[in-house]
Design a protein around this ligand. Structure first.
Ligand code: NAD
Length: 457
């Protein structure tokens, strides 16, 4: 369903009228691997150097933030930038004192005034639970409040996100910083991303998935097809799975991406074995899956008062039970074609699973269940260096959301910081970020891909 309002608001007359009426002005978002157009500015609160080392590891040129307030007009504020900037990366990893928060404000203020289109604010702090001091934890948690608010204040398609480090290395943070700076994170804003420690972490390489096998369920259309195409773009052999009824579309998608199609209803009890058998027969007995993406999903919306067992059960079966059963099968180290050590499991949850949604108790149960399963499974797979994460999309323009009544759909499109629906590729890019071999320090996370929707936390 095309977003008519966005098209109208971007033509010259429509722009003038909508501006005059104070209506939303959805910007064209920078997408793909493109970096910000202007300078990447590096600011430091305290003495941390992990941001500088990570940006240098990524080979990115940075401009030091204006830190010296002595050269100002007497207001005590830092001077203004003399040209538009593309991003500010603020290293606040040593911020422990409440007074440090004033420095965060002072550094962000001129940067926000100079921020170009699709700009980026990335604050790096320490995960509050890692600190024993009450003041230190309060300061680190305050950074989240700042970032969530700045995300809502960004204009022209900009985003603001917080990276929370533990005893992470620059290599462990690099894939996150790269993702957040690039257009790949166009629809991710106001989010904290927690990075753990991994002494084996390696910096990102391109293409990220050369010679790697990636399985995507529900891949014949919509978000699944887009996930598959992002992985194919980045060098993966993709196995596209969908129900036999979607066979033609599935074959078409697989052919266009140079992947393989597997017609399979994932609710069949031996679906996991069938996926592994397909991988082993197609790529050889020793082949292992690098990443499995549980994307297939359905909705059967009704108020709970009107939901019968069939409506309830079918949604839970596809969205939750099937994925858990497939994990069990693929995690068996003795199954040919199973998940590799160092592999990735990524599930597609939903903001409905975080905030709940009227008429979607079954769907929200399944998606909240996905989040619970991800958090519970992640710590058990550290020994095998397998990471488990979830994305929680908000409103994404697909056939699923085209079925939503027009007024509700329009509300969902505008009720987020970038004032537009996301594209399937936004979900695909975020999943590929989790699946990146360089994202080995990130596990048990749920990242919303919702343009900072105002719904839920
Ligand atoms: P979609 O309906 O366009 O595509 C879902 C795909 O899953 C279809 O190709 C379908 O055939 C397949 N599928 C369904 N049941 C299956 C089964 N038993 N076995 C194998 N394949 C099966 O939906 P979409 O909008 O692309 O959504 C993809 C995922 O993203 C779903 O998990 C959905 O819940 C989630 N999601 C979507 C949105 C959104 O705004 N579109 C928001 C939040 C979450």
């Amino acid at each position: 369903m095309p977003d008519l309002y966005t098209s109208i608001s971007r033509n010259p007359v429509g722009k003038m009228v909508t501006k005059k009426l104070g209506l939303p002005q959805p910007a064209t978002l920078r997408r793909g691997r493109e970096l910000p157009a202007g300078d990447i500015v590096l600011g430091t609160v305290g003495s941390g150097d992990i941001a500088a080392r990570t940006l240098s590891l990524l080979g990115l040129n940075v401009t030091e933030a204006l830190q010296d307030s002595s050269a100002t007009d007497g207001s005590g504020e830092l001077p203004a930038y003399d040209q538009k900037i593309g991003a500010i990366v603020l290293d606040a990893t040593t911020a422990r004192d409440l007074d440090d928060l004033e420095q965060v404000r002072a550094l962000l203020r001129p940067a926000l005034k100079a921020m170009g289109p699709s700009g980026r604010v990335i604050v790096i702090g320490v995960a509050p639970h890692k600190l024993t001091s009450v003041q230190g934890s309060a300061v680190c948690q305050a950074l989240e409040g700042i970032v969530r608010s700045v995300g809502k204040e960004m204009r022209a398609g900009g985003t603001a996100n917080l990276v929370q480090v533990a005893d992470s290395s620059p290599a462990g943070i690099a894939s996150t910083l790269e993702f957040l700076l690039m257009g790949r994170s166009a629809y991710v804003s106001g989010q904290p991303i927690r990075i753990g420690s991994d002494r084996h972490a390696q910096a990102p390489t391109t293409p990220a998935f050369a010679d790697k096998i990636v399985v995507v369920t529900g891949a014949s259309r919509g978000i699944g097809e887009s996930i598959a195409s992002v992985f194919a773009r980045d060098g993966a052999h993709v196995v596209l799975v969908d129900v036999p009824a979607a066979g033609d579309a599935l074959a078409k998608a697989a052919n266009s991406l140079g992947g393989t199609a597997l017609q399979l209803d994932i609710t069949t009890p031996d679906a996991g074995r069938a996926i592994a058998a397909h991988v082993a027969s197609r790529f050889g007995e020793d082949a292992r899956i690098h990443a499995v993406v549980h994307n297939a999903g359905i909705t059967r919306d009704r108020l709970l008062a009107n939901t019968d067992a069939a409506r309830w059960g079918s949604v839970l079966d596809v969205n939750l039970t099937a994925a858990l059963r497939i994990n069990d099968a693929l995690l068996d180290p003795w199954v040919p074609g199973g998940l590799a050590d160092g592999g990735r499991i990524i599930s597609v949850a939903s903001t409905s699973g975080i905030a709940g949604n009227r008429g979607q108790a079954n769907y929200a149960a399944s998606k909240a269940g996905v989040i619970g399963a991800v958090r519970a499974l992640a710590p058990h797979l550290g020994d095998r260096r397998i990471t488990v994460n979830a994305v929680a999309p908000g409103f994404i323009e697909t056939e699923m959301t085209a079925k939503i009544p027009a007024a509700t759909r329009e509300f969902a499109r505008r009720f987020n910081s970038v004032q537009q629906g996301g594209k399937p590729v936004d979900v695909g890019e975020t999943i590929a970020y989790f699946a990146d071999p360089a994202s080995s320090s990130i596990t048990g996370q749920v990242l919303r891909v919702c343009g900072q929707s105002q719904i839920g936390r």
